[in-house]
Write a protein that binds this ligand. Structure first.
Ligand code: NAD
Ligand code: USQ
Length: 407
């Protein structure tokens, strides 16, 4: 496989850092971009990664020391159009992986300021990138992290991006109908529309990875040394569900299933995230093509995930309680769900399925950092879809952003 120059946007994040290492290890030239805004949002929310993470300069130095490979790290806000244009003009990437967005559904539902922040940050950043590609690197392949949540939970099978419809005797292949469940998930759908439009009118090439919920924090590269760790979120704003359940189990708190727990989602191991992105880069979209890959390996109900964690603990003689909390979200709690996910398998993805060993290794990781667990984060969630952020969501003294300050 020919080695490429790849810009990883959002390189300081959970998935961006692990992916940058994986691409660098595979021999690609990686330029890593991040504004470090997520570290600021953590301070605002009073949250932190369970696993300590180094600063970006420390991380890239450590990677160079351990492997003699370089990641060209640059601090930059994707919402700064001039900086994005300069970056693309200078680097002339063959591929870009775009992770650099506000990615928490609860954060986007706190209030108007956070909904606006999410949509401005995500849409403007992506628009800046699309215009820079049009003008300076029209042949580059944009690999964009979208989300399975763009589809919602329809009562029909979910296809990979498009659906062939016959209506009044005529047929067309149209974008799959979408029903996102938060202002964050809506921002991903708006991005999808903008990217698809740019491919159609300017001939850009893009892969929209509609990714499910990711779990775990170990990849071959991240595991090489603690200085290469990637973040591990478990709190009620940033923590994804299986990561939260593993932390709850490790510290002896009940697993918090929201509502009935029949909510079904696609899930994948972080090792599969990095592999999927590499596969997409190494098999690019054609000129003018906008394609969608559903990026997950298994689907589970939230209740079934909690049971899996309980069983893994029971094998060691440990009892874990499961509680059903009033659901802070507005979402279907019992529904049909059958989403296709064939295209990445066709490109050669070898999935890591969720088993007891992985759950145990996640719990081992938590136990090593148990002193950093804040139990308040594992109890009642503090953002409600109907009422927004409830008192106490914000533990730090940093002021809430106003729309005026953001736009
Ligand atoms: P993360 O918050 O850990 O990382 C996102 C990174 O992007 C952060 O380091 C942040 O500082 C940076 N960023 C945000 N806005 C920026 C901007 N305007 N300019 C420059 N940098 C900016 O999130 P993650 O979990 O790594 O998710 C990465 C992407 O994958 C997101 O787009 C998310 O929507 C998508 N995704 C994540 C999951 C998951 O389970 N984590 C699942 C599906 C899709
Ligand atoms: N849930 C619980 N208990 C908890 C936490 C969550 O029952 O303690 C439930 C939620 O109600 C929801 C499901 O678990 O039904 C998934 O929630 P989540 O917080 O794990 O994931 P979500 O908010 O959907 O967002 C995450 C990432 C986001 C990504 C998305 C993929 O934060 O960036 O886009 O997963 S997907 O869900 O496929 O859209």
């Amino acid at each position: 496989m020919r080695k490429k120059t790849v810009i990883v946007l959002g390189v300081d994040g959970y998935l961006g850092w692990a992916t940058a290492l994986h691409l660098s290890a595979a021999g690609h030239e990686v330029v890593g971009i991040d504004s470090l805004v997520r570290r600021r949002w953590d301070r605002e929310c009073g949250t932190q990664s369970l696993v300590p993470i180094k600063t970006m300069p420390q991380r890239v130095n450590s990677w160079r020391r351990l492997t003699s490979r370089t990641i060209d790290w640059r601090q930059m806000d994707l919402c700064d159009a001039r900086a994005v244009t300069q970056l693309v003009r200078e680097v002339r990437p063959e591929a870009l992986v775009h992770f650099a967005e506000q990615r928490s559904a609860p954060f986007s539902m706190i209030d108007l300021g956070h909904a606006a922040l999410t949509q401005v940050n995500n849409l403007v950043g992506t628009l800046n990138l699309l215009f820079a590609l049009r003008d300076h690197a029209p042949a580059a392949h944009l690999v964009k992290l979208g989300t399975m949540g763009e589809y919602g939970t329809p009562n029909i099978d979910i296809e990979e991006g498009f659906l062939t419809i016959t209506h009044n005797g005529r047929q067309d292949r149209l974008p799959f109908p979408m029903q996102p469940g938060s202002f964050y998930h809506l921002s991903k759908l708006h991005d999808s529309h903008n990217i698809q439009f740019a491919c159609r009118i300017w001939g850009l090439r893009a892969t929209d990875l509609h990714q499910g919920v990711v779990y775990g924090n170990h990849t071959d590269e991240v595991g090489m040394d603690p200085s290469l760790s990637t973040r591990f979120d478990y709190d009620a704003i940033w923590g994804t569900v299986l990561n939260r359940f593993c932390v709850q189990a490790a510290v002896g708190l009940p697993l918090t299933v929201y509502g009935k727990g029949g909510q079904t989602r696609g899930f994948l191991d972080i090792r599969d995230t990095v592999a999927c992105v590499r596969l997409a880069i190494e098999h690019p979209a054609a000129e003018g093509e906008y394609r969608v890959f559903n990026q997950f390996t298994e689907q589970f109900t939230v209740k079934a995930l909690a049971q899996k964690v309980r069983q893994a603990r029971a094998a060691h003689g440990l009892d874990t309680r499961i509680v059903h909390l009033r659901n802070p979200r507005v979402e279907r709690e019992e529904h049909y769900y059958n989403a296709k996910h064939q295209k990445l398998l066709d490109l050669g993805l070898q999935p890591h399925f969720l088993g007891d060993t992985l759950i145990e290794s996640m719990i081992d990781t938590v136990e090593r950092h148990a002193a950093r667990v804040d139990p308040i984060e594992l109890e009642q969630p503090n953002v409600d879809w109907r009422r927004g952020g409830t008192p106490g969501w914000q533990k730090s003294a940093e002021p809430e952003p106003s729309v005026a300050r953001l736009v």
